[in-house]
Design a protein around this ligand. Structure first.
Ligand SMILES: Nc1nc2c(ncn2[C@@H]2O[C@H](COP(=O)(O)OP(=O)(O)OP(=O)(O)O)[C@@H](O)[C@H]2O)c(=O)[nH]1
Length: 801
């Protein structure tokens, strides 16, 4: 086999990642005792494909995920088989393939990358330049040079001592390529991003001092630089604008192995010890690519190189920053979203989340911190932009909760206002306007405090609109509440008015007479005065203005008046009127001037007092025709302002002409009963049967008497009819029986006549038209005159006799 491991290494198969390698110690030349896992990656293979595993290696195998900028990247260049891999393995403890001593063939193909042992340094072992294996095709050489310059801070140029000064050697061709691609990459950014070229001169036997060798190399480099065709505007640029140079030598590995080892140890310090005067990873060489973004950045660059597009590093760095910042933001945002989820349910169900402001602030802060930690390493402008995007996005999501909480605060404030108002108004003597103002202040303070607590910094959230809405809402609520309370007050005032009016007015009307309406108006005026005083007292409580007070007073007077007229109407329905008239009539007819009940004697004149009493009573009816509004106190007529739904004149009317007549008629009929009763009481005292009539009755009726008492049937009939008759006679109720009998007779007669008329109509209808006779009916009950209420006194006299 051609390929053998380095003399100090165990066997390493070509392109196979070893599991365990005994790496040399980095601090001294003795081999390390502990086996160490070191993984290398074929970053760009022979097919020029970029490995998709770089990210996995960085994050998992090399544990550089959180290294940020705290890592360095170097690449090694040089002709084939010049001990590049050997040097790297020695320097960094890596496990790159090394060619066997015997067969001088290319071992490194493409680009390999590995982490240095116990250090945050990544090393790229680049395929050696020679042209022998790839023929004259320098394509890959150029591509790999471009890739290495774009990504690495330090380029190690490996060459044998005897190659120094051979201007046309492979190394000089390589360096020319490096210079060209560097100009292509950083042409416009001169001085900003420099690359360090570290020349390692191998197999230095010591005949020519390093200073001479480096001067020769420098001269060659200058010459190459001058020979380059530079881009426009950069014709005068110097090589030192883009490169720093460092030169060192290593002893012959085979001839001076110990010296070789100690040289390597010294050289390693330049890579590992920042305080070393020749420390290579200086900040000016950094490509500013955080470790977690290297896979994207390097992949993007290789992609550009392969597609032969202009490779513009700043753009690449911006692209990287955009990609990574988005990735970082998404990760941070996922955690953020998960955390804020807990607010959703309570806010949507109308609750107020305690400490929402501090909680939102903390969750947002954690998300932004997590973003800042990783993203701040990237392109400053992009980072700033992405940070602002993320903040806006987070604020937008939180704003929904801010607004939701505001709404809930608003609702709660209104509820508090309502409860406070209700409670305060229940307290006796509390003034509405004072209660409203203090409650309003309290709930607005509550709302403002809650709203301020949830307004986060770096937002343009505003609660002004909600505050305005709340103020309006409270105002409307207070107005409605005031209206309600006012109505309540007016209702109780109405009750008060009714109480004040009802009884006195009823009394006044039950004692009808000329001064009746005067008394009623006096009662009304007194009630209104009382009501006005109450209203004035309440006006202060409700903060009523002059206009409102004036309107309420007008309403009060009208209301009292309506209540009064209602009472008058109630008192003047037929039943009440008849009662009033009957009472007055009884007073006059049944009682004497001393107020004692009258007992009529046979010689007494009943007709005259009856007529007088009835006429005087009937005279009262017209009094109820209309309310007389003459105020006795002022001596002038009282009047109320008319309104749309109130007609004062109409309200004065009590009894119409027709109703007056009806009531008069009804009353007259009722009074007849009193007259009859009076008459009957006189007849009863007159009806004394002579004694001989009794004797004659006994003698003449003896046989009949015996026939009756001996015949059970007769006896029963006599008992059934006679006993009730005797009882009624005894109780002086025969008059009533007589009245009923007459009524029954009258109704029976009417029914009979109607039936007869019906039969005759029927018969007449069956006859032909020319045979029909004009109808004649028997006269109705004769004793009822044309004016039904007026019973002829003569006929009444006849009947009573
Ligand atoms: N003379 C001498 N030979 C060395 C030195 N270092 C390594 N070699 C030998 O040089 C040969 C090539 O070594 P590699 O490390 O494979 O060289 P390379 O440059 O990586 O080779 P490619 O990857 O094929 O380009 C091996 O046989 C090594 O033993 C050295 O310092 N001096």
């Amino acid at each position: 086999m051609d390929i053998v491991p380095d003399v100090d290494h165990p066997l390493v198969n070509d392109h196979v990642v070893p599991d365990v390698i005994d790496s040399p110690s980095l601090n001294n030349s003795k081999p390390a005792q502990t086996p160490t896992v070191l993984s290398r990656l074929h970053l760009i293979d022979e097919e020029q494909k970029f490995s998709a595993e770089l990210s996995t290696y960085i994050n998992e195998k090399w544990t550089l995920k959180d290294a940020g900028f705290n890592y360095n990247l170097a690449a090694i260049f040089g002709s084939q088989s010049t001990g590049k891999s050997t040097l790297l393995n020695r320097l960094f403890g890596t496990s790159f393939d090394v060619m066997s001593e015997s067969a001088r063939r290319q071992t490194t193909k493409g680009i390999w990358i590995s982490q240095g042992k116990d250090m945050n340094v990544l090393i790229m072992d680049v395929e050696g330049t020679d042209g022998r294996e790839r023929g004259e095709d320098q394509d890959f050489e150029r591509k790999s040079a471009l890739f290495s310059v774009a990504t690495s801070e330090v380029l190690i140029v490996n060459l044998w001592e005897h190659q120094v000064g051979l201007y046309n050697g492979a190394n000089m061709g390589l360096l020319k390529t490096v210079f060209e691609v560097n100009l292509q990459l950083f042409g416009g950014n001169r001085g900003k991003e420099k690359t360090l070229l570290l020349f390692v001169i191998r197999d230095h036997v010591g005949a020519t001092p390093l200073a001479n060798l480096s001067n020769t190399l420098k001269a060659d480099l200058e010459r190459i630089w001058h020979g380059l065709s530079k881009p426009e505007g950069l014709e005068d640029c110097k090589i030192t604008d883009y490169f720093d140079f460092m030169f060192t030598t290593l002893a012959h590995k085979l001839l001076q192995p110990e010296k070789f080892e100690s040289d390597v140890d010294q050289l390693r310090l330049r890579f590992t010890n920042p305080s070393d005067p020749n420390y290579v990873f200086q900040p000016q060489y950094s490509r500013r690519v955080p470790a977690d973004g290297l896979h994207f950045y390097a992949g993007g660059i290789w992609d550009k190189i392969m597609t032969n597009k202009d490779l513009d590093l700043p753009t690449q760095q911006e692209l990287l920053a955009q990609y990574r910042c988005d990735e970082i933001a998404n990760t941070a945002f996922a955690v953020f979203q998960d955390k804020i989820k807990e607010f959703r349910q309570p806010i949507e169900s109308g609750n107020i989340v305690e400490d929402l402001g501090p909680k939102m602030r903390e969750i947002r802060g954690v998300a932004m911190k997590s973003f800042d930690k990783d993203a701040s390493r990237y392109h400053a402008e992009v980072y700033k932009r992405k940070r602002s995007d993320m903040l806006t996005k987070a604020n937008t999501m939180l704003e929904a909760y801010f607004l939701g909480q505001l709404k809930n605060l608003h609702k709660k404030a209104v509820n508090m206002f309502s409860t406070n108002l209700q409670q305060a108004l229940r307290i006796e003597g509390s003034e509405f306007s004072v209660v409203v103002n203090s409650s309003k202040k309290e709930v607005l303070d509550y709302f403002l405090q809650g709203a301020k607590a949830i307004k986060l910094e770096e937002t343009e959230w505003s609660y002004d609109e909600e505050l305005y809405q709340l103020e309006q809402g409270l105002k409307d609520f207070a107005t409605a509440q005031r209206e309600k309370e006012l109505n309540k007050m007016l209702n109780s005032l109405e009750k008060h008015l009714r109480k004040e009016l009802d009884e006195p007015v009823g009394l006044a009307l039950n004692n009808p007479g000329p001064g009746m309406w005067g008394r009623v108006i006096t009662i009304y005026q007194r009630t209104v005065e009382d009501g006005e005083q109450l209203l004035h007292k309440k006006a202060r409580t409700f903060d009523l203005n002059q206009d409102e007070q004036g309107e309420l007073l007008i309403n009060l007077r009208r209301q009292a008046w309506v209540l009064l007229t209602k009472k008058v109407q109630e008192e003047s329905v037929d039943g009440m009127m008849l009662l009033k008239l009957r009472n007055r009539f009884e007073e006059k007819f049944r009682y004497d001037e001393h107020g004692l009940p009258r007992v009529w004697k046979p010689d007494d004149d009943i007709d005259t007092p009856f007529r007088k009493a009835r006429d005087e009573t009937v005279e009262l009816v017209p009094l109820f025709a209309k309310i007389n509004t003459l105020d006795p106190a002022k001596g002038e007529k009282f009047e109320l302002e008319p309104a749309e739904d109130f007609d004062f004149d109409q309200s004065l009317k009590v009894l119409s002409e027709t109703r007056q007549q009806e009531i008069t008629t009804k009353f007259k009929r009722e009074s007849d009963a009193f007259y009859l009763e009076a008459k009957r009481s006189v007849v009863a005292t007159q009806a004394k049967v002579p004694y001989w009539v009794g004797v004659a009755l006994v003698i003449l009726g003896w046989n009949e008497f015996l026939a009756v008492i001996t015949n059970p049937l007769y006896l029963m009939v006599v008992a059934m009819v006679g006993v009730p008759m005797i009882a009624m006679w005894y109780l002086d109720m025969l008059g009533l029986v007589e009245t009923i009998a007459w009524k029954v007779y009258d109704q029976g007669y009417k029914l009979a006549m109607d039936k007869l008329k019906e039969t005759m109509d029927k018969r007449e209808g069956e006859k032909p038209q020319h045979q029909r006779q004009p109808q004649q009916y028997p006269p109705r009950y004769e004793s009822i005159s044309k004016d039904e209420g007026d019973i002829e006194l003569s006929s009444l006299d006849k009947k009573s006799q």
